[in-house]
Write a protein that binds this ligand. Sequence first.
Ligand SMILES: [Zn+2]
Length: 295
Amino acid sequence: MASIGVLASEKIAVGFVEDHHLSGAVRVFPPNLDDDQEYLSDLPAEEIARSITGQIQAVGAGREITAIGIGFPGLIRDGLIQESPNLQQMKGQHLASMLASLLAEQGINAPIHVMNDADATAAGVAATRGQLDQQIRVWWLGNGIGLGLYPPVPGAGEGGHLIVTLDPKEQFCRCGGTGHLEGITGNRAMRMRFLDLEPEEVFAHALQGDARCSDFVKLWHRALAAATATTVHLSGPGKFYFSGPNARFVQLGLIDLYVHEMVKMSSLQSSSFEVIATSDEIAVIGAAISAEQTT
Ligand SMILES: [Zn+2]
């Protein structure tokens, strides 16, 4: 089975996937984009769809394609972008049908499946680690916080907004909600809390013994542990991965300690935690495989 996987978040990454493996290199557009640059956020919705179409065409032209999977940031249902805090112009757009009609003009008629980008990453982790028969949960830690699930679970899928504190002063989440995980652990929230420090400086100062930063790093891990414990109480223990640019700050010993303090029922205590480097390739593979399984 051969399909195309796409990750469209800050940039567009596209790959051709045959039998769960990439065939050739992943094509990234625009090339040479810095980590903190965002290409898609400046484009109108129609241009985003055209840009994705162009990259799919570049990879898929002249090939037999079974399915096309698109990983996209936000809350997505049946091809419709219901919410996309980072790409607000896409809210209310039916991305799947926009792409279908643009691709049909180019003679590409494969079924299209649009999914949350964190779920695409989770599927890619499952596929590349031979764990497609297991439940995989991947925390994505970056500007925003995502929880990718494999197998995907229908619903809102906004794990970054799980409630981790009842303190009414905790209001740094981008969505405006009180007490949210992202309001403590996301980059924007950290910048609002430490007006004088960048997130990496906060973690560096904590290592050097700065009390304010050390206290916050504990809170950061407690928040992640609390959200993890909540998902354990809802859907059972298992394997949790941490990925994304801020996964480098995760101290697994602290997560393990705090989750054990928060989850006390013995039948729920068998979770394990691992930091993994994820890449465009993993999300592209995951998007393609999810599309094959769905369409
Ligand atoms: Zn929120």
